[in-house]
Design a protein around this ligand. Structure first.
Ligand code: 2P0
Length: 346
């Protein structure tokens, strides 16, 4: 067991070393830092999903994925170095105990960058209203990596920051960018070619609607859930190929602003991912009765000629996609909805 743990850690350390190269702290090298570092990053919603790892140690995905970031919803993090014994981590202005799962995961990540005999003080605040029911590990690790880059003055490229964020949480690789982003699956075992890049196109009419069903902690984490799916779901064999195909279609739709093509593929992709979750053993069902009711409302609206589609992640909440022209109809059908226009600057 300890041998496995050691090998695992080494593999990650080698990865980090390759990404940061000479900027990493060494025992006999003076580390220059700013007094503190700041980072801010948006949440992102996958249009074509990441579900399953080809390497769980380095968070290397089975398939590429495409996302849209939501401006103004995300995480802001400040970090500094202290001479105390242990890291001190504040989440939304609350000091967490060191055995809190959030701290354990964060501290393990910070170990890759820790100067000798030092601890970090981290203040992280989610600008995602909890009511929106959006996951924040993606924006969280992206903001943390940006804050570390600022603290240590690494001056890394965004592509390299995306690699580091991915090590913290796969979907964080996409949260370094505004607008659309593509996270490349990569081919190499060392993980150096699995990073996200921005897609240089805008879609000003595109609206994302957040429908809150339930914001309680999910029954099973994405990390565990996707590993169980890979290990026990026979349907999963078809997933990586479908996901790559869906992603190509979504990219085409984005480039030519074909809303129907985008919506159909996004919704099909999400439901296919949820089918693999349900066919996992023990089963993973993130849906609640209200999730299905909201889906049925979407399907009914489409029958009435309204252009609206949904996507869902590892939770019961729906995210709607629709063009601006459908806003009044959507607001009428779903009272409690938060609408975001990712490319609308006001
Ligand atoms: C996504 N999800 O593409 C998919 C859709 C959830 C469903 O990325 O283990 O929190 O930290 O790499 O990134 C959630 O997975 O998992 C996720 P880890 P992560 O957005």
């Amino acid at each position: 067991m300890s041998l496995i743990m050691t090998t695992t850690t080494l593999k990650q350390q080698v990865f980090v070393h390759h990404v940061i190269e000479h900027q990493l702290p060494h025992n006999n090298r003076l580390i220059t830092t700013q007094e503190y570092g700041i980072g801010q990053a948006p949440v992102n919603i996958a249009l074509s999903k990441y579900w399953g790892k080809r390497d769980a140690t380095l968070n290397l995905p089975m398939n590429s994925s495409v996302s849209i970031s939501l401006p103004d919803l995300g995480t802001k993090t400040t970090i500094c170095i202290t001479s105390t014994q242990q890291d001190a981590i504040w989440l939304n202005n609350e000091l967490l105990s060191n055995n809190h799962p959030f701290c354990i995961r964060l501290t393990a990540f910070l170990n890759f960058f820790r100067p000798p005999n030092s601890a970090f003080q981290v203040h992280t605040t989610n600008t995602v209203p909890t009511a929106a029911g959006l996951a924040s590990s993606a924006s969280g690790y992206a903001a943390l990596v940006l804050a570390l880059n600022d603290l240590f003055q690494w001056q890394l490229s965004t592509q390299k920051l995306s690699l580091l964020a991915r090590l913290g949480s796969g979907s964080a690789s996409r949260s370094l960018y505004s607008g659309f982003a593509i996270w490349h699956r990569g081919q190499q075992d060392n993980g150096l070619d699995s990073y996200a890049e921005p897609i240089d196109t805008q879609w000003p009419e595109l609206c994302i609607g957040l429908i809150k069903i339930n914001v309680q902690q999910k029954p099973i984490s994405s990390t565990t859930g996707m590993q169980n799916t890979v290990n026990t779901c026979d349907l999963y064999q078809a997933w990586p190929q479908q996901a790559e195909k869906n992603m190509q279609t979504i990219l085409e739709a984005i480039y030519i602003n074909d809303f129907e093509k985008l919506g159909e593929t996004v919704e099909h992709n999400a439901l296919s991912m949820h089918a693999t979750m349900m066919a996992t053993w023990p089963p993973i069902v993130y849906w609640q009765p209200e999730s299905l009711a909201a889906m049925q409302t979407v399907w009914l609206l489409r029958q009435q000629g309204i252009l609206v589609y949904f996507t869902m992640d590892a939770g019961p909440n729906l995210k709607l996609l629709f063009p601006e022209t459908e806003k009044p109809a959507i607001m009428q059908a779903f009272g409690d909805i938060q609408i975001i226009m990712p490319f609308n600057k006001n």
